[in-house]
Design a protein around this ligand. Sequence first.
Ligand code: C2E
Ligand code: CA
Ligand code: CA
Length: 406
Amino acid sequence: MKIKRLKDYNILIVDDDPYIIKSITRVLKDAKFKNIFSCKKGPLVIDIINAEEKIDILISDLKMPDFDGIQLIRYLSDTHNYISLLIISGESEHVLQAAENIAVERNINLLGTLQKPIQSTKLLALIKSNKKLLRVQQSSHLGSSIEADFIECIQHKALSVFYQPQIDIKTGKIIGVEALARWHHKKIGVIPPSIFIPLAERLQLINELTDQITNKVLREFPFFLIELPWLTISINYSIDCLIDLDLPEKLEVKLKENNLYARQIVIEITESLITESLIAADLATILDILSRLRLKGFGLSIDDFGTGFSTMEQVSRIPFTELKIDQSFVHGAEQNMIKKAILESSIDLAKRIGMRTVAEGVENSADLEIVKHLECDVAQGFYYAKPVSFEELRAWIVKKNNLVVI
Ligand code: C2E
Ligand code: CA
Ligand code: CA
């Protein structure tokens, strides 16, 4: 299987301002990208992306006469959703966020959004960050079946688990870890869950995947407890896993086998999926399972909070113990009024109904400062540690005997 190198990708820049086209082209050329195309008029984009030379990355302005960026997103999603999109704009952060939401809703491979004037380092970082996604797409274009490889991986129980520490903001102590699934593909390398979890859901393998991850986590987690007996472990559950009414009992059996207790386990469920299911017919089953998990003593976390449209009334219908604020409202909140307002009101909401708050995406000291100031309980993010393998975390825990990480 031949995989195209990032520098060989065909990049198309669309902007009605020739100066922007010129400056982005220069940045890309300096970074040794060879195949750069440009276009000043929106409608021409359609001709270019339908030409024989396949466009891999599209860098597009949002506001253009004739054919704007939102129309372009719609067109891409209908016809060319293999193209990765990077939105650039002189509009406010709010407008960029709305465009981002539309792109995500329409399943576009969004590399990110950048406000003008464009910083070259940010532009290049976004393009490079998506190398893996592009590689995966490329390999499926070349005929190798990612689906078949994934099925084989599940059959061989070959998924592994990475762990990311969660830190008590007041004490600086590690109080929990989140388990995150990883797929080590023989040819492509590590494939992120953002690619294989939707695949597992589509192939109806998500229950099997979750079962395998849970088994692995419950076997490995007791080793962390030797040094840190108070630790909790958070495991991600897709809403599709909440159809088996016996799940709470099955989990209890697994815990017993590993000498663990329900209070040591936190089940994380994504907010947007809950919002969807609240209007679905199987709501009664979901509420039944979650309520019984809670009664048995499991922690229940509402993940990616802020990305769905939950109301306080909806959140209070499920006995959640923890609210995890999505990283998009945490990282950079200091400089962004909208993020800050959402962060503040989410923490406030959780506190009012007695839930623990976790801030995800704490990447630097400014992010930590703001969540500390807003009296959030727990921080998780690259500032403290990236997700690491079982062996790495084990070594880290043993070495850091004082356990305070600030
Ligand atoms: P999540 O549950 O929101 O997990 C947090 C994601 O944020 C992880 O991505 C983690 O690597 C990343 N992250 C942590 N700290 C930072 C930070 O400071 N900055 C930034 N930018 N990112 C940070 P990852 O591991 O790629 O997982 C992506 C998503 O895949 C997870 O999001 C979760 O929804 C899903 N996922 C992962 N493992 C499983 C699993 O076993 N089952 C299910 N159903 N979903 C899973
Ligand atoms: Ca999670
Ligand atoms: Ca999350």
